[in-house]
Design a protein around this ligand. Structure first.
Ligand SMILES: Nc1ncnc2c1ncn2[C@@H]1O[C@H](COP(=O)(O)OP(=O)(O)OP(=O)(O)O)[C@@H](O)[C@H]1O
Ligand SMILES: [Mg+2]
Length: 339
């Protein structure tokens, strides 16, 4: 009996896994909690995420991926192993895994990802560039001599790439993405209202109130936190307009990255992109008004990928069906056999 192959998108914010032809079977925060005294893993994913900021000192809750790359090798291995067990149970034969990695990471960082997979338990590991995976997952035919542009806004980085004939022509990555937007909201609330709020509250405000196209000062939402002057709980009303001010610099950073890639792209391909539009993927693509803002600022249409947060993972899963073709067509470029 053949063992289904596994596709993984190991993101800064979320880990998404596909299992054979079933497609996406797991999508959970990339978080792990462990007991510092006994060194035992206590929880991963959703369970560990709930513990963030709420544990005694001897329990550590960690995000082992930072800005798209592994920041803690051992905890990443443990986290992947736990997730693999959730999805496959205890199998005798280890699966093959394709994992997507940001286009800009170094060979050393790629090796760390390969090592983490092998130690977590797989018989063969393949790496694929995230923009390629995202495009495959969104159903784009990238094999032709036509330019396609993808903007993937995740938790740690925003990656912009132009793909043609199965390869990346130009790409750029900036550290202006979901987490940095959350931090900007935390900073704004502190500077303007002396209100201390947590990361989860900041993320909730971002998801609910962001309007990047025509923010109004009339639309507001209440924000609960602790007033640091009085040390007591407090509630402040914040408007779309204020939120826009708070996160403007981060959004500007993303817009600049898109502009830079367009400027560096050969003119023939720019024409294609004008025709095809920009494909938006990743959780950050859901920011309210982003599509309209890009269209107004850069005069290029945007398409929000279907199931945007799972696009890259779906692409890794689909890559197995094309593996021979990909290994031939992409050798040494975007996908390779690690061992
Ligand atoms: N509706 C929404 N509006 C705005 N942001 C959102 C929304 N839903 C999710 N996000 C944000 O998307 C980010 C997570 O996206 P995603 O899962 O694509 O990131 P990732 O792949 O883990 O990160 P990276 O690719 O940078 O390593 C988080 O910062 C989350 O707050
Ligand atoms: Mg991602």
């Amino acid at each position: 009996m053949s063992i289904p192959d596994i596709g993984i998108d190991l993101g800064t914010a979320n880990l998404v896994m596909t299992y054979g032809r079933k497609g996406v079977v797991l999508s959970e925060p990339s978080v792990i909690a462990y007991n510092q005294c006994t060194q035992r893993i206590l929880a991963v994913g959703k369970e560990a995420y709930k513990m963030l900021g709420k544990t005694p000192a001897y329990i550590r809750v960690v995000r082992p991926i930072a800005e798209g790359v592994i920041s803690d090798d051992l905890l990443t291995q443990c986290m992947i192993r736990e997730f693999l067990q959730k999805v496959c149970g205890h199998q005798l034969v280890k699966p093959r895994i394709i994992i997507c990695v940001p286009a800009f990471i170094t060979d050393l960082e790629k090796r760390a990802v390969g090592d983490a997979l092998m130690s977590a338990g797989c018989r063969k590991a393949y790496l694929i560039d995230e923009p390629i995976a995202a495009m495959l997952g969104a159903g784009v035919n990238i094999g032709r001599a036509r330019g396609h542009m993808v903007v993937d806004i995740g938790g740690g980085t925003a990656d912009v790439a132009i793909v043609s004939m199965n390869g990346i022509v130009t790409s750029h990555s900036v550290k202006h993405a979901g987490n940095q937007i959350d931090q900007a909201i935390i900073k704004y609330m502190m500077n303007h209202y002396k209100l201390l709020i947590g990361e989860q509250t900041a993320e909730q405000i971002k998801k609910t109130l962001t309007n990047l196209y025509d923010p109004s000062s009339e639309v507001t939402m209440p924000v609960k936190g602790r007033n640091i002057l009085r040390g007591l709980p407090d509630t402040i009303e914040i408007s779309e307009m204020e939120l826009f001010d708070a996160i403007e610099d981060e959004i500007f950073g993303i817009m600049e990255a898109i502009k830079k890639v367009l400027e560096e792209t050969p003119p023939e391909l720019v024409g294609d992109i004008h025709e095809n539009g920009i494909l938006l993927t990743g959780g950050g693509a859901l920011l309210g008004g982003l599509r309209e803002l890009i269209h107004r600022t850069l005069n290029v249409n945007c398409v929000l990928a279907k199931d945007t947060m799972h696009c890259a993972a779906k692409g890794t899963g689909m890559a197995f069906q094309k593996i021979h073709h990909l290994l031939d067509g992409f050798e040494g470029v975007t996908i390779y056999k690690y061992r």
